[in-house]
Design a protein around this ligand. Structure first.
Ligand code: PEP
Ligand code: MN
Length: 360
């Protein structure tokens, strides 16, 4: 992908003075719904109107989309509001129908990106197209798989490319529907600084209350745009009800987001500083998360010690940990004094936890 500069021509040509915004419902439900939401988004900063026509559902029995009929509704949206249109394609038939209906931007969903066979089929069907094609990250955090999909499209002579970061699934329950693993998006930007990257806070959070914060983090990390699911009656949406926002809320979010532009040196300094600070915030949150997990494990040891009536403090084990961590710390440029102080504090907290359990 040497030509990633060329990949962002489509974005530069839009000459936007704000991040790119793709918005619209998770699913097209009815003609009235599709047109109604579009009318509320007309004359806002929304650049592309999205609606899922074919819905890849993790479990069967959920709403699987209205199918090709919905493409006609998107055409009406374009004719009536002037907004460009976007939908997800997941196989050759979808691509052919979407092209026939002159959909302007096609995205590949997270469940498709995991399959090189399906990506190849889509790439072959799209060969040489001048439509914009955005690749969502695969459901699993695998940068090579994500980039591999972009490469297959680039090889099929598709020039207007980009990626969408929508987070990754975990077995563990977290506050996110799909954890962001921001580091992976940062690594991707470092490798391909010109490849447009759009954040999808809707599928990351799964919860409309968190959309603003995730969007702001994305902009602080220099993302090029946002894809936000928007519905006139979110609670009664046929899919992804909890994460959709109303058009009015979307407009408010876009107004409140702080956009850090590069340009003069002061602005550039601020952008860089904000970028680094956003990185630090992510790492600090990971530290707290890891420490929390460590204390939980320590609690489990406390339960065991209680059962066996063993003393909380086992100094040989503690000295072993300390020795190993000092060495490990040295290899990461951390001073012995710092590692000692930090682990003493961790150890103290751990003992406090275990004593509470043993003496309960
Ligand atoms: C969607 O955008 O509605 C969608 C199905 O997204 P994802 O592929 O990220 O799950
Ligand atoms: Mn959705």
């Amino acid at each position: 992908m040497e030509n990633s500069k060329q990949m962002r021509t489509w974005l530069d040509d839009l000459k936007l003075d704000h991040p790119l915004v793709i918005a619209g419902p998770c699913s097209a439900e009815t003609e009235e719904q599709v047109l109604g939401i579009a009318r509320s988004l007309k004359d806002t900063d929304v650049n592309y109107y999205r609606a899922g026509i074919w819905k890849p559902r993790t479990r069967p029995g959920n709403f699987e989309g209205v199918g090709a009929l919905g493409l006609k509704w998107l055409q009406k949206v374009k004719a009536e509001t002037g907004m460009k249109t976007a939908t997800e394609v997941a196989n050759r038939a979808h691509v052919e129908l979407a092209l026939e209906h002159d959909i302007d931007l096609l995205w590949i969903g997270a469940r498709s990106t995991v399959s090189p066979f399906i990506i190849q089929e889509i790439a072959d069907a799209l060969k040489g197209t001048d439509k914009i094609v955005l690749v969502k990250n695969p459901v699993n955090p695998d940068l090579a798989l994500w980039l591999g999909a972009v490469e297959r499209l680039a090889t099929a002579d598709i020039k207007n490319l980009g990626v969408i970061h929508r987070g990754f699934s975990t077995y563990e329950k977290t506050k996110y529907r799909n954890i962001p693993e921001w580091q992976m998006a940062i690594d991707l930007q470092t490798k391909f600084p010109d490849l447009p990257i759009i954040n999808d806070p809707s599928h990351i959070t799964g919860n409309r209350e968190m959309i603003f914060d995730v969007s702001q983090t994305a902009l602080d990390l220099n993302f090029d745009g946002l894809m936000i699911e928007t519905h006139h009656d979110p609670d009664n949406a046929w899919s992804d009800a909890a994460q959709q926002v109303t058009p009015a809320k979307l407009v408010q979010i876009m107004k409140d987001l702080k956009i850090r532009k590069e340009g003069n040196s002061e602005a550039e300094y601020n952008a860089k500083l904000n970028n680094l600070r956003a990185n630090i915030d992510i790492l600090d949150n990971q530290l707290i998360e890891t420490l929390g997990k460590r204390m939980k494990t320590s609690d489990a040891i406390g339960e065991l010690k209680k059962e066996k009536n063993v003393a909380v403090l086992q100094s040989t084990r503690w000295n072993e940990i300390l020795g190993a961590m000092i060495l490990e710390g040295e290899s990461k440029g951390l001073s012995e004094e710092f590692v000692l102080r930090m682990f003493k504090a961790i150890h103290q907290e751990s003992i406090r936890h275990q004593e509470k359990i043993v003496n309960a």
